[in-house]
Design a protein around this ligand. Structure first.
Ligand SMILES: [Mg+2]
Length: 136
């Protein structure tokens, strides 16, 4: 599983969803959770923290957001060599499930269908960690 000191960036245009994700992550024990309100805010936050030497190690992003969508953010992130393998989970709604393939093509690490439950989030995080750190 992701270490509990992993620096996590959550991205959603809805404050209530950010609060929910934050509460789940805190309950799971994560100590460093930061939020961004849309893709553009997230990208600036990612760049700034990288420049400051405190890069984020996990991104959990909504898809539908003003200014920059989660998919656009994912594509920008994957365009940066250091972030080719940055764990990036995207949130979709039930009726967007067919769009998941688009995110897979853009190298998303995993996806979660809303509404999000704490146990689902935990499972997806665990599977993502296992996928990125296969047993040797
Ligand atoms: Mg949204």
């Amino acid at each position: 599983m992701f270490p509990l000191n992993t620096r996590v960036l959550i991205v959603d245009d809805m404050a209530s969803l950010r609060d929910l994700l934050k509460a789940y992550l805190r309950r799971l024990g994560f100590k460093h959770v930061t939020e961004a309100v849309d893709g553009r805010d997230a990208y600036q936050t990612l760049i700034a923290s990288k420049a400051a030497g405190n890069p984020f190690e996990l991104v959990i992003s909504d898809w539908n957001m003003p200014n920059m969508t989660g998919l656009e953010l994912l594509k920008l992130v994957r365009g940066i060599p250091d972030w080719k393998n940055l764990p990036f989970l995207i949130l979709t709604t039930e009726n967007e499930k067919e769009k998941v393939m688009e995110a897979v093509m853009a190298q998303v690490s995993n996806y979660i269908v809303k509404p999000i439950e704490e146990r689902t989030l935990e499972e997806k995080l665990l599977r993502t960690w296992q996928k990125l750190n296969p047993p040797t």
